[in-house]
Design a protein around this ligand. Sequence first.
Ligand SMILES: CC(C)(COP(=O)(O)OP(=O)(O)OC[C@H]1O[C@@H](n2cnc3c(N)ncnc32)[C@H](O)[C@@H]1OP(=O)(O)O)[C@@H](O)C(=O)NCCC(=O)NCCS
Length: 248
Amino acid sequence: MISNSVSLSELDTARFGVVSARAKLVTSDVIPEIDSFCAENSVRFLIARCSTSDIKTVHAMEANGYQLMDTLVYLRKDVEDYIPPAYPSELSIHALTPGDIPEVIKVAEESFSAYKGHYHADPRLDPVKATEVYSSWAERCCTDPTAANHVLVAKLDGELVGFRAIRINTSEQAEFILAGVASGMRRRGIYRAFVIEGLNWCKVVGVTHVLNSTLLINTTVQKVCTSLGFYAFESYHTFHKWFGKVVV
Ligand SMILES: CC(C)(COP(=O)(O)OP(=O)(O)OC[C@H]1O[C@@H](n2cnc3c(N)ncnc32)[C@H](O)[C@@H]1OP(=O)(O)O)[C@@H](O)C(=O)NCCC(=O)NCCS
C-alpha cells in the first residue's frame, strides 16, 4: 500500500533498530489509512505530527494510542527590508569549512544530550541514540545539500563554539534547521549572532522570508528570535505511537 499520509523512515529504522514510519500532517480522516499502512509494513514505531489548531484530530489521536511527545512552534521573519543589527565583535561567525565538521558534530552531541524534543521525551527510546539523531543530522547538514544549503560556525579564540544550519526550501523561503552552542559558551549572544548572520545570508540569496521552528518550551530561541523581528504563526504537536510488543 502506498500512502500520501505516512511513509517508512529509513533513518529512524536504522537508528533505533525497529521498523519506523513518519506521518507529516495527520488529520482525523487518515488515521485508519495510517494504521493499515503500519500493519502492512510491520511498523513498530510511528512519529506523527498534527496541527495544534486541529483539536478534533488531537482527540482522535489520543483515542487511538498516540502519545504526545513535544510541541513545535514555527516562527517567521520577512527579510526584504532586513537590516542586520550589530553583535559583539569578539564573536567570529563565518561559513563552515570542511575541517570544522568534527567539531560541529562534537558541539551537536553536547548541545542535544539533554534536549527535550520528542525522541528524548519517549521513555521507550535510548537517550544516547536520541542524541545521535541530532549529531548525525548536524553532520548531514555539513555534507549533504539536501539537508542544508549553508552552515555557519562561531569561533571564540579559534575554538568552534557553535553552529547554525540553513536550508533553502523554495525560491521565496529559507528555513533555520538546526543550531547548537557549546554549554560553557551560552548566554553570550552567540545564538543571536547566528540569527543575525543567518538572516543576512538568506536576504543575500534572495528569499523573501525565513522560518525557524523550535520547541514550545525553548523560550531562549523564541525570545532571541522575536527580539529580531520573528513572529509565531503556527504550531504542531508531535505524537509517537508504538505498535505490537515493544522491545527497544
Ligand atoms: C538555544 C541555544 C542555541 C541558545 O544559545 P546561546 O548562544 O546561549 O543564545 P544567546 O546567548 O544568543 O541567548 C541566550 C540568552 O542569553 C542572553 N544573553 C545574550 N547575551 C548575553 C550577555 N552578554 N550577557 C547575559 N545574557 C546574555 C539572551 O538574552 C538570552 O536570554 P534568555 O535565556 O533569557 O532568553 C543553546 O542554549 C543551545 O545550544 N541549546 C541546546 C540546543 C538547542 O536548543 N538548539 C536550538 C533549537 S534547534
